[in-house]
Design a protein around this ligand. Structure first.
Ligand SMILES: Nc1ncnc2c1ncn2[C@@H]1O[C@H](COP(=O)(O)OP(=O)(O)OP(=O)(O)O)[C@@H](O)[C@H]1O
Ligand SMILES: [Mg+2]
Length: 359
C-alpha cells in the first residue's frame, strides 16, 4: 500500500497546464487517503470551472494507477478558496520577478520581416518550440493582431481563462505560453481596430497576461516596420530582433529601416534568418534553390549582422504548421533538413542571448 509521500512523488510531474507548475508544488493535492489499494484525494483547482479539469483529472488518475498496489483511484475536483488564490497569484511562487521590471531576466525576441509571407510565424513558432525543447521556459506573443496565425500553427482553440485580473496563456501540448488576438475573436472574425488600439493590445499582452517566470518571450510581428514594430521598440527597449527574409532580392529599404529603428530604440538585431532557402525533396533529398540564392547573406551584410540560419522548404514543416504541430515535436522528422536548421538556430539564439541563472 503506497504512502502519502509516494502518492505526492507520483504526482510531482503533473503540471497545471495554464500555470506550468507542478500540482504538488502549488499545494493543489489535498485530503490524501490511502485505504488498502484505493487512493482518494482532492485536486484544488485555481477556479472551479477550470476548462482543463478533465485533462488534469485524467493525468492524476493515470499516474496513481501506475503505482504499485493501487487498483482504485477516487479523485475529487475541488477549488481553492479566494484567499488562497489571491495568495498564489500575489506571491512569488508563480512569478519571482515581474516581466517588465528592470530586474526581469526574460529575453524578448521580436521576429520581423520587410514583407509578408516569408515565414515569420513559422520561424517564431518553431524556433520557440525548439528553445522550449532545450529546457527553457518560453512564451509567444502573436503580435500580428490582424493576421494572427500562431493559434492555428499550435492547434490552439478557445478563449483564455481570466483569474485575479490576469489572463492566463493558452494551454497547448508543447508547454509553450501563448497569447494571440485569435484567442479573443470568434471564428476568425476580422479585427478592425486602428493603430492606437493595436498598440494597447501589445501593451495588454505584456502587462495583463500572467506569464509567470519566462526565459524567452518571442513576438511574432506583423510584416513591415509598422506601428506594432515601433511599439515593441517602445515597450521593450532592450529587446532583440530577428529578421526573416527569403533568398530573393530583399525589398529595397527594409534593411536600413529596420536598422535605423533598432538603433533609435536600443534594440539589438541579433541576426538574419533566411527561410525557404532551398526546396528539399522528401523523396530524394535533393535541394533546389527555387527562390534564388544569397538574399539572407546580403541582408545580414547590410545590417552588419550574422546570417544565423538557412531554413529550407520542406513538406513536414508546412504540414506541421497546418496541423498545429511544431516540427521539433513531430515524430519521424528527426532528419528533416528544416528541423535540423531550426534546432541549430535555437542553439545559436540561446548562445547569443543567454539568460541569467534564476536565484
Ligand atoms: N521553410 C518552410 N517550409 C515549408 N513551408 C513553409 C516554410 N516556411 C513557411 N512555410 C509555409 O508558408 C506559409 C507562410 O508562412 P508564414 O505564415 O509563417 O509567413 P509569415 O511571414 O508569418 O506571413 P504573414 O506575413 O502573412 O504573417 C505557411 O503556410 C507556412 O506553413
Ligand atoms: Mg505571420
Amino acid at each position: 500500500m503506497p504512502t502519502r509521500e509516494q502518492v505526492l512523488e507520483a504526482l510531482k510531474d503533473v503540471q497545471d497546464p495554464e500555470l506550468h507548475k507542478s500540482l504538488v508544488e502549488l499545494n493543489m493535492i489535498r485530503d490524501i487517503v490511502v485505504d488498502g489499494s484505493k487512493v482518494s484525494l482532492t485536486v484544488a483547482l485555481t477556479v472551479p470551472g477550470c476548462p482543463l479539469k478533465n485533462e488534469i483529472q485524467r493525468m492524476v488518475e493515470e499516474r496513481l494507477l501506475a503505482l504499485d498496489g493501487v487498483t482504485e483511484v477516487n479523485v475529487t475536483m475541488g477549488s481553492m478558496s479566494a484567499e488562497e488564490r489571491t495568495a498564489l497569484f500575489g506571491g512569488n511562487k508563480l512569478q519571482s520577478v515581474p516581466l517588465l521590471s528592470p530586474q526581469s531576466p526574460t529575453r524578448f525576441i521580436g521576429v520581423a520581416s520587410g514583407k509578408g509571407g516569408v515565414g515569420k510565424s513559422t520561424v517564431t513558432v518553431n524556433l520557440a518550440a525548439a528553445v522550449r525543447r532545450l529546457g527553457y521556459s518560453v512564451g509567444i506573443i502573436d503580435a500580428d493582431v490582424y493576421g494572427f496565425s500562431v493559434p492555428r500553427m499550435l492547434g490552439i482553440t478557445g478563449k483564455p481563462t481570466a483569474i485575479e485580473g490576469k489572463i492566463l496563456p493558452m494551454p497547448n501540448p508543447y508547454g509553450l505560453k501563448v497569447i494571440s488576438m485569435g484567442n479573443f475573436v470568434d471564428n476568425n472574425e476580422p479585427v478592425i481596430w486602428r493603430g492606437p488600439m493595436l498598440g494597447k493590445v501589445l501593451q495588454q499582452f505584456l502587462a495583463d497576461v500572467f506569464w509567470g517566470d519566462l526565459d524567452y518571450l518571442f513576438l511574432d510581428l506583423p510584416p513591415g516596420t509598422g506601428d506594432v514594430a515601433l511599439d515593441v521598440a517602445r515597450f521593450l527597449p532592450g529587446s532583440h530582433m530577428l529578421i526573416v527574409t527569403t533568398p530573393q532580392t530583399v525589398a529595397a529599404g527594409v534593411a536600413s529601416r529596420a536598422a535605423h529603428m533598432a538603433k533609435k530604440s536600443n534594440q539589438k538585431i541579433i541576426g538574419v534568418v533566411e527561410n525557404m532557402s532551398t526546396f528539399v525533396c522528401s523523396e530524394c533529398g535533393k535541394a533546389t534553390p527555387i527562390f534564388g540564392e544569397g538574399g539572407g547573406q546580403k541582408l545580414a551584410d547590410e545590417l552588419g549582422t550574422e546570417l544565423l540560419a538557412q531554413i529550407p522548404l520542406t513538406l513536414p514543416l508546412r504540414e506541421g504548421s497546418d496541423n498545429g504541430q511544431p516540427i521539433v515535436f513531430m515524430e519521424g522528422t528527426e532528419n528533416d533538413a528544416a528541423r535540423l536548421a531550426i534546432e541549430a538556430l535555437a542553439q545559436r539564439v540561446v548562445q547569443l542571448t543567454p539568460v541569467p541563472a534564476r536565484a
